[in-house]
Ligand binder design. Structure first.
Ligand SMILES: Cc1cc2nc3c(=O)[nH]c(=O)nc-3n(C[C@H](O)[C@H](O)[C@H](O)COP(=O)(O)OP(=O)(O)OC[C@H]3O[C@@H](n4cnc5c(N)ncnc54)[C@H](O)[C@@H]3O)c2cc1C
Length: 421
């Protein structure tokens, strides 16, 4: 540590903060992470690392580890709630891309990142149990104000050249920069998320969308292989349906099966008994579909926002983690390239604010399963005889492409933008 403290102070040791630490280390830049929780635990349920995020994680040497811990997704299938197949498409490397899509437990991803940080930067580079409560900056650096999370006791400030706030959906830095920001916006539906130990279905690496949020939507995919002697997998599932009342965002809030399981009573298909799988869940969490309008700026002098702190989005379309990872590698690359770090932070904002705002807004309008809403509207929710009479093959393709283009993981977008490597 030089007399001005760390080069980079990272607040928040979640997915974005730890990826940033690894990317900075690779770029030869010193950093330290301050994380509020006293112990990192494998929290959450499943998420998807889309190919554009896997490209960045590959450049950090984590591809094999993550493919081993998670499931390399083979394909997506879209079904009506009558179990009729609407569309089907291969994913990641199975679609000819250079990188896979990986479905993984958030806890497995989080701990894999933490292990890599401890191994490469040393365990002391992640300070646990210290919460950032504010900061101030001057011509030479930034002072971060900390308290002990368990007692609320104020701790000595730490100094750095820049501060990157990776402190998630309730970001303190975001509140300080934008004190008059409107409250989080409830989009009118709620998700219930859970995991069940269950036998593999379809290819054993299939991600299935069933139904729409109007009457009850289910997304399900495996996230861990061979979890017992019978060869079962850990299956992640997410239910979403319209619900008028708003609730607070809390990733750990417990949900109740009886609030939604009846919506799937008829969904006992030959490849998956949906109600039985839901009833066998290990745990159920509830999360409102809330997001916030894109901000006008993220960077103020020596401080900027990253990940959910910068662009909280609805957990739809598998982009929360992916966009945080891309933010992190983009920022590390700019800090390595640019001698004036305040300019680098501004350039990072210029490259990432609009790109992520497009994803936040797209998630309100054109989720990856928008095709199921189109079919539902055209059929009035009734079974069809032939899908081609409802929506042509070409139109189905266009719907699949639209979301990938906005989120930046179409084959063309991956070729056009450079990765960190
Ligand atoms: C407990 C938990 C469970 C989650 N479960 C899922 C899930 O099942 N599926 C899914 O898609 N997404 C889940 N997410 C969200 C997902 O991790 C993020 O959307 C995404 O990965 C972006 O990462 P991030 O680093 O911006 O935010 P996060 O991964 O949320 O990380 C933010 C980190 O900042 C820390 N922090 C917050 N405030 C302070 C402070 N003042 N000082 C210091 N540290 C602070 C938090 O403890 C947290 O570790 C979960 C997040 C959390 C925190």
């Amino acid at each position: 540590m030089d007399k001005n403290g760390e080069d980079v102070i990272i607040v928040g040791g979640g997915i974005g903060g730890l990826t940033l630490a690894l990317a900075l280390h690779k770029a030869g830049i010193k950093c330290r992470v301050f994380e509020a929780v006293p112990q990192l635990k494998p929290l959450g349920v499943g998420l998807n690392l889309l190919p554009h995020a896997m490209r960045e994680l590959d450049s950090l040497g984590l591809k094999e580890t993550l493919c081993d811990k998670g499931i390399v997704t083979r394909e997506y299938s879209f079904y009506t709630n009558h179990g009729q197949l609407v569309d089907h498409e291969p994913r990641g490397q199975f679609a000819g891309l250079d990188w896979p899509q990986v479905s993984i437990h958030r806890g497995d991803l989080h701990l894999a990142l933490y292990d890599a940080v401890c191994e490469r930067l040393g365990a002391e580079s992640v300070v646990l149990g210290q919460r950032c409560v504010g900061f101030d900056q001057d011509a030479d650096g930034v002072s971060v104000h900390l308290e002990e999370s368990s007692s609320g006791r104020r701790l000595p400030n730490v100094r750095g050249k820049v501060l990157i706030a990776c402190d998630g959906v309730h970001s303190i830095a975001r509140k300080l920069f934008h004190p008059r920001e409107a409250s989080p916006r409830y989009q009118g539906s709620t998700q219930w998320r859970g995991v069940t130990r269950w036998k593999p279905f379809q290819s054993g690496a299939s991600m299935c969308y069933i139904g729409t949020f109007r009457t009850g939507k289910l997304i399900t995919y495996p996230i861990r292989n061979n979890i017992d002697e019978e060869g079962n997998q850990l299956i992640n599932w997410v239910i979403e349906f319209a619900r008028p009342e708003e609730q607070q965002r809390d990733w750990n809030r417990e949900g109740k099966l009886e609030d939604f399981v009846h919506l799937f009573d008829a969904c006992n298909f030959d490849w998956l008994d949906v109600p039985a799988m839901l009833r066998a869940a290990d745990a159920v969490y509830e999360y409102p579909m809330v997001d916030q309008d894109p901000l006008s700026f993220w960077t103020n002098g020596r401080v900027t926002l990253l990940g959910d702190a910068a662009h909280p989005m609805m957990p739809r379309g598998s982009n929360g983690a992916a966009q945080a990872i891309i933010d992190a590698t983009t920022l590390a690359r700019l800090l390595a390239e640019c001698s004036d770090w305040q300019v680098a932070l501004k350039e990072y904002e210029a490259r990432r604010l609009k790109a992520t705002a497009d994803v936040v807004l797209a998630n309100r309008e054109i989720a990856p399963d928008a095709i199921l809403l189109v079919v539902d509207e055209r059929t009035g929710g009734r079974p069809f005889d032939n899908i081609d009479d409802v929506i042509s093959r070409d139109e189905r393709k266009q719907w699949q492409l639209r979301y990938k283009q906005v989120a930046g993981f179409s084959a063309d977008a991956l070729k056009a933008s450079p990765g960190l490597a």
